[in-house]
Design a protein around this ligand. Structure first.
Ligand code: RTP
Ligand code: MG
Length: 147
């Protein structure tokens, strides 16, 4: 089953949008298999955004992402990488459609609430940058047992 790395950025945590964001992925039908509130180190941030090293917005991006707690998550499901990117919305705030997370809640391109992996390779690299294997939980949903 495909896995992706999603992260509510410091602006999303500060604005109290963790619950709303988690709710959307749960209701879509994806399965949460790991999560943590954490403040990321500069080294971790530079590795996470390595593809953007050298770009004019890189420094601002690293400063922002390390500025406060983030809510890091691993979600599992069919086509979860592409579908979660669709649910997140476009990077450019002017193009993020209503109904998407960024389209509904974000105003600025640099304060855009949530990160999502853009490919299977990125997902694998990003998951291992944030989670140890014993922090991820594969489980079947046995709903009736808990109601
Ligand atoms: P993310 O990696 O954070 O999920 O965002 P993304 O895939 O939608 O966008 P990406 O191209 O990976 O860019 C990473 C973050 O850098 C900021 N950015 N600023 N032209 C700009 O000023 C610019 N381009 C990108 C955004 O905050 C974006 O989320
Ligand atoms: Mg990206």
């Amino acid at each position: 089953m495909e896995k992706t790395f999603l992260m509510v950025k410091p602006d999303g945590v500060q604005r109290g949008l963790v619950g709303e964001i988690v709710k959307r992925f749960e209701q879509k039908g994806f399965q949460l298999i790991g999560s943590k509130l954490t403040v990321i180190s500069r080294e971790q941030a530079e590795l996470h955004y390595a593809e953007h090293k050298g770009k004019d917005f890189f420094e601002r991006l690293v400063t922002f992402i390390t500025s406060g707690p983030v809510f890091a998550m691993v979600w599992q499901g069919e086509q979860v990488i592409a579908l979660s990117r669709t649910m997140i919305g476009k990077t450019n705030s002017l193009e993020a459609a209503p109904g998407t997370i960024r389209g509904d809640y974000a105003v600025h391109t640099h304060l855009n609430l949530i990160h999502g992996s853009d490919s299977p390779e990125s997902a694998e690299r990003e998951i291992s940058n944030f989670f140890k294997s014993d922090e991820l939980f594969e489980y079947s949903k046995v709903i009736q047992q808990w109601i």
